[in-house]
Ligand binder design. Structure first.
Ligand SMILES: *Cc1c(COP(=O)(O)O)cnc(C)c1O
Length: 354
């Protein structure tokens, strides 16, 4: 039986995407060759890369606005550094809302001055700071749209005249935003777009090329753009499977259509967390994430029965991050409303039995 996969990442992907990806590994486009043994310079794979890049821009509504799309390697963690190499000349402004923001900030500090405009560390990162000033003389402002570990999400982004950079690893393609507010968006594929191994970068080309430093080739966005994401051998399987997932999303009606379902899933789970006296939500209500719901069971003596119950119901990946504890239900695009219904049924059954 296929599990209800609530894992935080690598994430659940649509079943039909898995099927097609598996077939391509055995026999790509009826070529008698595997996707992972053909040349990345072959016209077949170049078409995959181009399609993936075009789909990403189309879904984000960013066509013909000066943006370039890249599929790179090294995960979102490498973008922490790559962003600073390409944009940090003197000073950068960072909003610190969790583990990933802190890591991004730490990497930027290697290359210049970093101003932490606000941090929610004082309350264990359970909220999103709201009233803060972004220094006008900073080279860019960096934020993390969704905090995968703590389960908080920025609902309203600040307005600023300096370039805005956003780590959208765990909520890209999940909700409608005015993506043109951002000058650089990056996202590790394995949260909501595909398998691990590639990172999507969407960058407004006009913000690049202004650094006085020499940027190592692999870290230089302009090199990657000039080489169409193929400066070195690209992760062909990850790019192909991301392309299939983006195609799946487009066929479903795009971001607006999936957002409707994502809202329903989040409402269903959060209303159970609120109404069920056995559970407490971790994140501040106004800031809680529609992708990763974090919660605790307030009767430790029931932990064993709850864990047994959800595992027996075919649920996977519900344990909270090791730094937070409790539970975390990740409800990425490919997770069905039915799967959330299964979890909610178990939670109310636990209440009846207790
Ligand atoms: C998982 C995650 C990362 C790290 O991604 P890697 O691809 O493993 O480097 C960065 N930022 C956010 C928001 C994440 O959820």
């Amino acid at each position: 039986m296929k599990k209800h996969n609530f894992s935080a990442g690598p994430c659940i992907l649509p079943q039909e995407v898995m099927q097609e990806a598996a077939e391509a590994v055995l026999n790509f486009n009826n070529s008698g060759l595997s996707l992972i043994e053909i040349s990345h310079r072959s016209s077949e794979f170049v078409a995959v890369m181009e399609r993936a890049r075009a789909l990403a821009l189309e879904l984000l509504g960013l066509e013909n606005q000066g943006y370039q799309t890249l599929f790179l390697q090294g995960g979102a963690s490498t973008e922490f550094l790559r962003v600073a190499y390409n944009l940090l000349e003197n000073k950068a402004a960072y909003l610190n809302t969790g583990t990933w923001s802190s890591k991004a900030l730490k990497e930027a500090k290697i290359l210049g001055e970093v101003v932490e405009v606000a941090s929610s560390k004082d309350k264990g990162f359970n909220y999103i700071p709201k009233a803060y000033q972004i220094p006008k003389d900073a080279d860019y402002f960096h934020c993390t749209s969704n905090n995968t570990i703590f389960g908080t999400q920025i609902k309203e982004f600040p307005s600023t005249d300096i370039p805005m950079v956003c780590d959208m690893s765990s909520d890209i393609f999940s909700r409608v935003l005015d993506f043109s507010k951002f000058d650089l968006i990056y996202a590790g594929a394995q949260k909501n777009m595909g398998p691990a191994g590639t990172t999507l970068v969407v960058v407004k080309e006009e913000i690049l090329g202004k650094m006085s430093r020499t940027i190592p080739s692999m870290l230089d966005y302009q090199t990657q753009i000039a080489k169409d994401s193929m400066f070195n051998t690209p992760p062909v399987f990850a790019v192909f499977t991301s392309m299939l997932t983006l195609e799946w999303l487009k066929n479903k009606g795009g971001i607006a259509a999936i957002e409707e379902i994502n809202d329903k899933k989040a409402q269903l789970l959060y209303s159970e967390i609120e109404l069920n006296p056995l559970f407490d939500g971790f994140a501040n209500k106004a800031d809680r994430s529609n992708m990763n719901a974090t919660f605790t069971l307030n009767k430790p003596e029931l932990k064993d029965s709850f864990d047994t119950m959800w595992k027996e119901a075919g649920i996977n990946g519900l344990n909270g991050h090791r730094s937070v504890g409790g539970y975390r239900a990740s409800m990425y695009n490919a997770l069905s409303l039915e799967s959330v219904g299964t979890l909610v049924d178990i939670m109310s059954e636990l209440e009846r039995k207790a």
